[in-house]
Design a protein around this ligand. Structure first.
Ligand code: SF4
Length: 226
């Protein structure tokens, strides 16, 4: 199966009734600022370079961001931070991501998430996270060239560790504590780099600065020998 075929199946997924109801309702009710737009309101596939050596795993699409635009981290504040950092570190051709046809090209990086539908309050249940993990595992299996995985936030980190067994990566036990800049070698797998999520809770409070986020991608760049 190709990545395109996988994504064609993914966008039809309706396995989580609560998330299906929410993503579609948000797409009808809309935020006032976007009332003229057609929301995507479906599962959001990962996107980027199919030959990427670096994969970024976030949590889930934002209701009025990726759930609106149909592309990961596109059209929301977290994405503004993420793509600015990717541009500054040479992984993206431009610092902005506003809609699916905005000319953004990622080089050597692929962006996906643990859950592919927008959840209420940005919090998927553990059942929803378990149910969706197969999609992300399948995406990563199809990438084949992954050397570094960047986990955004504690839930992104948990998702990567849960993917380890099915992907044949050996995770350390006991589980290392999540923290910004933590680096973990997964035997028979990639290096796992941890980053605070560029959510507004972190960026508004100064817990995560632009320099801290860039440093993670500079490290990823070094690890893959760019
Ligand atoms: Fe399907 Fe994942 Fe969306 Fe659940 S969250 S409906 S498993 S794509």
């Amino acid at each position: 199966m190709s990545l395109g075929e996988l994504h064609a199946d993914l966008v039809e997924c309706r396995r989580c009734p609560r998330l299906v109801e929410w993503r579609e309702r948000v797409g009808v009710e809309k935020r006032a600022a976007f009332r003229e737009e057609d929301y995507w309101a479906k599962p959001v596939p990962g996107f980027g370079d199919a030959g990427a050596r670096v994969v970024i795993v976030g949590l889930a699409p934002a209701a009025h961001g990726a759930n609106r635009t149909g592309r990961m981290f596109t059209g929301d504040r977290s994405g503004e931070w993420l793509f600015r950092a990717l541009h500054r570190t040479g992984f993206a051709n431009q610092p902005t991501a506003v809609h699916r046809d905005d000319g953004l090209v990622l080089r050597d990086v692929f962006v996906t998430s643990a859950v592919h539908c927008a959840p209420p309050q940005n919090v998927p249940t553990s059942e929803e996270r378990s149910r969706c993990l197969d999609w992300t595992i399948n995406e990563i299996q199809l990438l084949r060239t992954v050397e570094v995985v960047v986990a955004l936030g504690g839930l992104g980190y948990d998702a990567v560790l849960r993917m380890a067994d099915p992907l044949g990566w050996v995770r350390p036990r006991p589980k290392p504590r999540f923290g910004h800049g933590v680096e973990i070698e997964l035997t028979d797998g990639p290096t796992l780099l941890c980053s605070y999520h560029p959510s507004q809770q972190n960026t508004f409070t100064g817990r995560l600065t632009e320099e801290m986020l860039e440093a993670v991608f500079e490290r990823a760049s070094t690890l893959v020998g760019r």
